[in-house]
Each structure stands twice: as structure tokens, then as C-alpha cells.
Ligand binder design. Structure first.
Ligand code: 2U9
Length: 339
């Protein structure tokens, strides 16, 4: 039995020194030390030994077990280290290799301006209101003091889905919906896409974006409107910007005005940007027409309000000196990556 134990020890040592994987190692551990292992089966025969021999063989057997266990543990460590080293080798990053440049996208010029407009008015305490682009004729026209046959409807050439449903021509119907649901005070902006069946050219598109604003409360005046617009243009076009109001007419505001800002490129002295005018038209505005207030159940004797509308494409073209609106829709990466 001693011989058997020695040969088991040598055999185990030989096999353990050629192990390549943790699995192989575990198989050898089971082969020698397992319940049905070679060492275990030898030990089962110890019962047949003489009393003199048993302790000697027992001791030798324990030495062999400890040797094999030790060898298994050590080999296990070595294999794990080898595995870890191989993994590290494989994972070595050559930091000198230039990184893969992630082509980060850019905000679209319209999103840049739209978000800037939102930030300015949120900063002035306005809430954002949104609503359907496919709108009822009532909210897009009737409630805005443009009854059937009203000439202003033509100026806003409209996409009709059917007699009562249109693609909204401005975001004002959103404000009408708010005025019908919420009692004053109301202080909202409604940004979004609008549709007009205009022929596409350098300054017109059948789809474009607006940000309209509305304030309704007791004692709201034209002065409040002008003050608000001054703060707005200074935030968007610079501290030295001034505004000029030119009388105009909108069916949904009375009085109404087109609003110009002093040219941001020449400061007002006249240049190519402002066609030597010194002023550039940026938005329209006015006091909410009493008939619109009444239509929404708001008493014009108690409440008054102002409203304004900004074309986002027009603002972006001025801001980024873009001379053709179509560039903002053609998704040419050479154009878009400039922003
Ligand atoms: C309600 C009452 C009044 C919104 C207004 C304008 C003037 C305006 C244009 C700007 C550029 C349209 O995109 S554009 O061509 N809009 O000039 N919009 S006042 O007036 C309202 C809105 C809602 C209830």
C-alpha cells in the first residue's frame, strides 16, 4: 500500500504539473481526493493492514493527501494568475492609439433658437402650453375673430383636412384652448409647428415654427407688452438692442403692431443685413381683441391681455445669417455641422 501511495503521489504530481485549465485541475482533484478518488479507495483498504503498519500507512496517506491538496491549491492559484494575466494582456489598451472620435451630433439651428426663446420666457415666468397640430377650424379661426369668409383666412393659406379640420396656421388655437379651460391670470407661450400652403422658396415653407405668447390678467397694458418685448429682444439680440413698433392689423389683437429690433449687425446705422433700414422685423404683437376674450368667456371689462408671435425660422436666419430657409430642412450635414 505504501508503494501505491507513492505512485499516487508521483502520478498526481506529474499530472498536476501539466494542468492547463481550472476544469482539468478540478477533475484531477476529484480523481485523487474525491469520494471515489484513487487516494480514498486506497485508504478504504487500510482496514486490512496490521496494527503496526496502519499508523505508518495512515501518516503516509495524510502526507500524500496534504501534498496533493497543496499542489492542487498552488496550481489553482497559478492557473488563476495565468488566466488573469492573459486577460490583462488581452485587455491592454495602448493609450497612444488615438481614441475613436465619437461624431457628436449638433443641435439643429431651429432647436437652438426654439430652446433659447423658451428659456427667455420661462425666465420671465411664462409656462409652456402645447396643443394639437391638426386643429378644429373653430379654434384656429372662429375663436380668433376670423369667422367663415373672413379675408384673413386667405392670407393664411390653409391645409384643410375637411370643412371643420385644418392643419393649424399658427399656435394661437393652443392659447384659445387654455383661455377656455383656465381662468386668468394666464401667462403662457405656445411653441410649435404650423402649416401654411405657401410655395417653398428662400423665405417661405409650408411647414415652419412659431413661438406665440399670451398674458391675460387685470390691468394688462400696451406698456406691459412693450416692456416685455424690450426684455425679450435684449436677451436674444443683445443688451443694446432697441425695439420699434409699427401699427399693423391682426384680427385677434387690437391695437396691433409689427415689431422691429435695431439691426444686430450695424446697430441701426444701416447695412446689408438690415437692407440699410437699421431695423429688422422680428415679430408681431398686440392687445388681445375683446371679442376673443368674450369668445373664451373672459370679461373684457375686467381683464385685458397682450399677445405676440415670433417666426422661429426667420429668427434663426437672422441669428445665423442664413439666407435660404430651405437649408434648414434639407438635412445637408455640411450645413448642419456648422452650428
Ligand atoms: C390669442 C390672441 C392673440 C398672436 C399673435 C402675431 C401677432 C404675429 C406672426 C409672427 C411671425 C406669425 O410666424 S409668423 O409669420 N404672428 O405676428 N401673433 S399677435 O396673437 C394672439 C394669439 C392668441 C388668444
Amino acid at each position: 500500500m505504501k508503494e501505491q501511495l507513492k505512485s499516487i503521489r508521483n502520478q498526481a504530481e506529474a499530472e498536476l504539473s501539466n494542468v492547463q485549465t481550472i476544469q482539468e485541475l478540478d477533475n484531477l482533484r476529484v480523481k485523487y481526493l474525491g469520494k471515489k478518488g484513487e487516494l480514498t479507495s486506497v485508504l478504504r483498504g487500510m482496514g486490512a493492514l496490521s496494527n503496526e503498519e496502519r499508523p505508518l500507512v495512515g501518516q503516509l496517506a495524510n502526507e500524500v493527501r496534504e501534498f496533493i491538496e497543496g499542489k492542487v491549491a498552488q496550481t489553482g492559484k497559478e492557473l488563476l494568475n495565468k488566466q488573469r494575466f492573459a486577460k490583462l494582456q488581452e485587455e491592454v489598451i495602448d493609450v497612444t492609439i488615438p481614441g475613436k472620435r465619437k461624431n457628436l451630433g449638433k443641435k439643429h439651428p431651429l432647436s437652438i433658437v426654439m430652446d433659447e426663446l423658451k428659456d427667455i420666457f420661462i425666465g420671465m415666468g411664462y409656462e409652456i402650453a402645447e396643443g394639437p397640430e391638426v386643429e378644429l377650424d373653430y379654434y384656429n379661426f372662429e375663436a380668433l375673430n376670423m369667422p367663415q369668409g373672413h379675408p384673413a383666412r386667405d392670407t393664411q393659406d390653409t391645409f384643410y383636412v375637411n370643412d371643420n379640420i385644418v392643419l393649424r396656421t399658427q399656435t394661437s388655437p393652443v392659447q384659445i384652448r387654455v383661455m377656455k379651460d383656465k381662468k386668468p391670470p394666464i401667462k403662457i407661450i405656445s411653441p410649435g409647428r404650423v402649416y401654411r400652403s405657401d410655395a417653398v422658396d428662400a423665405t417661405h415653407s409650408p411647414i415652419f415654427h412659431q413661438v406665440e405668447g399670451l398674458v391675460i390678467d387685470k390691468g394688462v397694458t400696451m406698456g406691459d407688452l412693450i416692456g416685455t418685448l424690450q426684455v425679450f429682444v435684449k436677451s436674444l439680440f443683445g443688451e443694446n438692442s432697441k425695439i420699434r413698433l409699427r401699427p399693423h392689423h391682426f384680427p385677434f389683437t387690437e391695437p396691433s403692431a409689427e415689431v422691429d429690433v435695431s439691426c444686430w449687425s450695424c446697430g441701426g446705422s444701416g447695412c446689408r443685413m438690415c437692407k440699410n433700414e437699421g431695423w429688422i422685423e422680428v415679430l408681431g404683437a398686440g392687445m388681445v381683441h375683446p371679442k376673443v376674450l368674450e369668445e373664451c368667456g373672459i370679461d373684457p371689462e375686467v381683464y385685458s391681455g397682450f399677445a405676440f408671435g415670433i417666426g422661429v425660422e426667420r429668427t434663426a436666419m437672422g441669428r445665423f445669417n442664413i439666407d435660404d430657409l430651405r437649408l434648414m430642412y434639407e438635412n445637408d450635414i455640411r450645413f448642419l455641422k456648422q452650428f
